[in-house]
Design a binder for this molecule. Structure first.
Ligand SMILES: [Ca+2]
Ligand SMILES: [Ca+2]
Length: 286
């Protein structure tokens, strides 16, 4: 609070009764079809008595200087307010308090408002802009993980499961690719994720991806065939060959040894193990 004389508010009064109708704030819309027709405007000061108050009004500067309280825009006679003619339209009002009479001495800060006067029987008496702008809810930015997942010896990737986890190992999404291996995981909030692709009989693929500003991240991977013995270290080795041998020749074969997903365990599948022998996982997304 400044030490010097200060205009702290501007009051709209009924000039006949001196009743306070409202304080006038920047952006107010005052409806003279509802408010009394006879109005006055008064500057409220701190302290209550100052040297003088100068008013600027609709471009006249100064329009009026009042050296005796009350400090009214169009003056008063011993406290009886003169009626202010207040035409409809936009009005600008500024008031400055001074230490001395007739706008002399030190000036305090100027309180300035712009307000509108309307005459509308259907509108409220006073419309006031919300002083606190309504906070806009944050827009949840969401991106998409898109990609292609393939199995090294199969025509279809339908047996693959793609899982997305966050930094807390919470599973956020899980999907299976289309037959051609394509995946699309929309509605992913911005963040960094671990993405893993698994399929029975294949080394898993794992990677970390960051979605920023709702963008689409493209990821591709090829899983290698031959990991037939789930639970052993992720290496394609003799144990996988032995597991395979136990099911050799079977129809309706389990998918963990039927790498080409043709329903039979044949030499075609053995060739897949041979090609990938000694490979270890998890593999990385490209
Ligand atoms: Ca193995
Ligand atoms: Ca097969």
């Amino acid at each position: 609070m400044p030490d010097g004389p200060t205009v702290v508010s501007l009051s709209l009064l009924n000039s006949n009764t001196a009743e306070l109708l409202t304080d006038i704030r920047d952006g107010d819309i005052l409806n003279l079809s509802v408010l009394p027709q006879t109005v006055a405007i008064r500057a409220e000061t701190a302290p209550d008595v100052v040297g003088s108050v100068a008013f600027d009004w609709d471009g006249d500067s100064p329009f009026k200087v009042e050296s005796i309280a009350p400090y009214a825009l169009v003056g008063d006679s011993n406290g009886t307010y003169n009626m202010l003619s207040l035409p409809t339209g936009i009005h600008s009002l500024a008031a400055t308090a001074y230490t001395g009479p007739d706008a002399t001495g030190e000036a305090g800060p100027t309180l300035a408002v712009t307000f509108e006067v309307i005459r509308d029987p259907d509108a409220p008496a006073i419309q006031r802009p919300n002083p606190e702008p309504t906070p806009t809810p944050p827009v949840l930015v969401q991106g998409t993980l898109e990609g292609l997942v393939q199995l090294s010896h199969a025509q279809t990737a339908e047996s693959v499961t793609v899982t997305v986890t966050d930094a807390n190992d919470t599973v956020l999404a899980s999907t299976s690719p289309e037959a051609d291996g394509s995946i699309s995981m929309p509605d992913m909030p911005d963040g960094t994720y671990t993405v893993e692709a698994t399929s029975p009989g294949y080394l898993p693929v794992s990677g970390s991806f960051t979605i920023e500003a709702g963008n689409t991240v493209n990821i591709t991977a090829t899983l290698l065939a031959g990991e037939t013995a789930p639970g052993d270290p992720l290496v394609i080795d003799e144990l996988d060959v032995i597991t395979f041998a136990g099911m050799y020749g079977q129809d309706n074969a389990p998918t963990n040894v039927d790498f080409n997903r043709d329903g039979r365990v044949t030499l075609i599948d053995l060739r897949a193990i041979a090609q990938n022998i000694r490979a270890s996982g998890p593999l990385s997304w490209q």
